[in-house]
Design a protein around this ligand. Structure first.
Ligand SMILES: CC(C)(COP(=O)(O)OP(=O)(O)OC[C@H]1O[C@@H](n2cnc3c(N)ncnc32)[C@H](O)[C@@H]1OP(=O)(O)O)[C@@H](O)C(=O)NCCC(=O)NCCS
Length: 177
């Protein structure tokens, strides 16, 4: 789907691995402060292919033509009584402030609810990541806690603010109606 006149959002496919690796390299500086340590392989097509095809995950790309200018990933997708997943995302450093990520998160939440059958999506941000907190607030995520020492980011265990969005109140598919 088109997010703006020129930016498309779609599910990642294996053939996107090289463009994703290129985007990861372009955005190293932009993402250093918020991302976990990445091994060399992360910046290769093979490393990105492994992530795209990782079981229990789903990846979406923001594309300006052939160029990857953003990525969203649902990981830890589980059904059963939880029906939940964790959301992570970034926008290319040259495409910030255009409202791309809130529009993309909204669409990913729709797919998670309507096509993946999920009930809840969670996301955690560094305490000072106001841009990401703003994206989550704009998309109806609710802050529900502070997790001390939650994630090893940029050389240290960092506190994170936790958010969630409830997508619907229907029972899980395996529960009799
Ligand atoms: C968070 C991120 C994805 C936002 O993407 P985006 O496509 O630029 O989203 P938007 O265009 O909606 O801009 C972000 C919003 O945060 C606001 N914002 C940006 N910096 C801010 C700051 N320092 N303090 C408060 N608000 C800020 C912007 O004004 C905008 O809100 P508005 O539309 O109400 O004005 C992008 O900044 C990014 O990639 N950051 C690095 C990766 C990251 O943090 N990922 C999330 C990890 S939890």
């Amino acid at each position: 789907m088109l997010i703006t006149d020129d930016i498309e959002l779609r599910r990642a496919v294996p053939g996107d691995a090289q463009a994703l690796a290129d985007a990861a390299i372009r955005n190293v500086g932009h993402l250093r402060a918020i991302e976990p340590y990445r091994a060399e392989e992360y910046y290769t097509a093979a490393g990105q292919l492994a992530r795209i095809t990782q079981p229990g995950s789903a990846t979406w790309l923001l594309l300006d033509g052939e160029k990857v200018v953003g990525r969203l990933m649902l990981s830890g997708i589980v059904l059963g009584p939880l029906c939940g997943a964790s959301l992570g995302y970034w926008t290319d450093g040259d495409y910030l402030g255009r409202g791309l990520m809130p529009a993309a998160v909204e669409e990913v939440c729709r797919v998670a609810r309507d096509e993946l059958g999920l009930h809840r999506i969670e996301a955690g941000t560094l305490t000072d990541n106001k841009a990401s907190q703003r994206v989550l607030a704009k998309c109806g995520f609710v802050e529900y806690g502070l997790a001390p020492d939650y994630l090893h980011v940029n050389g240290a265990w960092r506190d994170h603010v936790l958010f969630q969005r409830i997508l619907h109140e229907d029972p899980p598919a395996h529960v009799p109606r």
